[in-house]
Design a protein around this ligand. Structure first.
Ligand code: SF4
Ligand code: SF4
Length: 433
């Protein structure tokens, strides 16, 4: 651990003792999930390096940008448009907490029966173990689920926080409200950075965002092949890194990885044998370092081929690259783009079930894992509707309510194993029939 890192963390007010414990635990967690993967693509070396130095290189980079006059905005939801943030001369990083380590600190301020993502996210601030939180000039929350929006009120007592009010629906009146709220967010950013958002800059930043998403879609596309050229674990890691890496460099490195994977597909080279049961994982986001689901699936004889999640297709499928004659039109285009993100926080949200069925077919999946974080109201309640639809479509599914702690791992493994056996048996039966 370099002296420069320690110096920077101290300057940022990090609780060094606790942070040392966190940093010491990460290599073991990473090795536990990724250590036994075989035939990993060469292009994953970059993403390994980024995660291996998760609180180093990128934090220094952000500190350098701040010295040069930039600001850092931290967010917790894909509904906060990064192209708009970048246009005002700020960096944007995603802060969603995926670590059990900070849940106890979060629980000092939040009820225990709340989703671990919310508790972990607040816990990073309370425990002062996240340099990305500490370096942020502004935290931008949103009113998606009740737990999160109330958590932002608490976070606001600890660090400057701004909340974008999101409509709970996607109809015309809601869309108009959202356009208005994006205008207010633009004004907030301009007062933070002292820079004006212009049509030219926003068009260019939106183009950069679309380049990043295109690179991510290339990775998704190769995963439609059997054998899968990349594991679900590695693909998830790429998606997780996308939330805090520099967007231009990320697109470049992701395109390099995609080139390699496309070659693998041509040669029929895969990470698991052809015919390995293929699973679509759908549900709540899997924030870094939450790798439990693909880790269990892939250690149990399956492969995850897609994620219907905000760390997955819900983020990549919304097309950026908005254009328009004036800022109002551009912001309306961004609102329309974001309202295509079919989060369970919206009502009605029937498009999500359509997406799951479509993805199941496109990725030639054999089954769906509906994976929701424990105590997540929107996704666990919506699950009932999704389950009904999957039954109607005769799509096999397994519902898992998961926690960040390791305690449920054994039970989850048994259930995934049984599900995979059932898929294998019905596959053999279909071949015979
Ligand atoms: S699941 Fe909903 S609240 Fe969470 S990041 Fe996605 S859109 Fe935002
Ligand atoms: S997982 Fe559910 S409860 Fe947790 S932040 Fe996301 S929508 Fe809210």
């Amino acid at each position: 651990m370099s002296e420069e890192n320690r110096k920077l963390w101290q300057e940022l007010g990090i609780n060094m003792e606790m942070h040392d414990q966190l940093i010491a635990a990460l290599p073991g967690m990473f090795a536990g999930a990724f250590g036994k993967l075989k035939n990993r693509p060469e292009g994953m070396k970059y993403f390994n390096m980024v995660v291996g130095d998760i609180h180093g290189i990128r934090v220094h980079e952000l500190a350098g940008k701040k010295k040069a006059g930039s600001k850092v905005v931290a967010t917790f939801c894909v509904y906060v448009p990064e192209d708009l943030t970048w246009s005002a001369g700020a960096e944007q990083i995603g802060l969603c907490g995926g670590a059990h380590f900070t849940v106890p600190a979060g629980e000092e301020h939040l009820p225990a029966n709340l989703c671990p993502l919310i508790k972990s996210s607040l816990g990073f601030k309370v425990a002062r173990v996240c340099p990305y939180t500490q370096i942020s000039d502004l935290i931008v929350g949103e009113t998606t689920c009740d737990g999160k929006k109330k958590m932002f009120e608490i976070l606001g007592t600890m660090q400057p926080t701004y909340t974008i009010v999101l409509p709970p629906a996607k109809d015309k009146a809601s869309r108009d409200l959202f356009v208005q709220k994006l205008k207010e967010y633009k004004d907030k950013l301009e007062s933070l950075t002292g820079k004006k958002v212009t049509v030219e800059i926003l068009t260019e930043k939106s183009r950069i965002l679309e380049e990043k998403k295109k690179a991510m879609r290339r990775i998704e596309n190769v995963r439609k092949n059997d054998p899968a050229p990349i594991s679900g674990l590695d693909a998830l890691l790429v998606n997780q890194v996308s939330f805090y890496d520099d967007p231009v460099r990320f697109a470049q490195m992701t395109n390099q990885l995609a080139d390699e994977l496309e070659q693998r597909v041509k040669k029929g080279d895969g990470v698991y044998p052809k015919g390995t049961p293929r699973l679509l994982v759908s549900g709540t986001p899997q924030a870094i370092p939450f790798w439990k689901i693909p880790e269990i699936v892939e250690k149990t004889g399956g492969v995850v081929v897609a994620e219907e999640s905000c760390v997955g297709t819900r983020y990549t499928s919304t097309k950026a690259g908005q254009t328009g004659q004036d800022l109002d039109k551009l912001l309306a285009g961004i609102a329309d783009r974001l309202l295509e993100t079919h989060c369970a926080c919206f009502t009605p949200n029937s498009e999500r079930a359509d997406d799951i069925v479509r993805l199941f077919k496109e990725y030639k999946a054999n089954g769906v894992i509906l994976s929701n974080l424990q105590f997540c109201g929107p996704y666990t309640v919506e699950s009932k509707l999704i389950e009904n639809r999957l039954r109607k479509e005769k799509i096999p599914f397994l519902r898992l309510d998961v926690d960040y702690s390791a305690e449920d791992a054994g039970q989850l493994k048994t259930r995934v194993q049984a599900f995979l056996e059932m898929l294998k048996y019905s596959g053999r039966k279909n071949e015979r029939d």
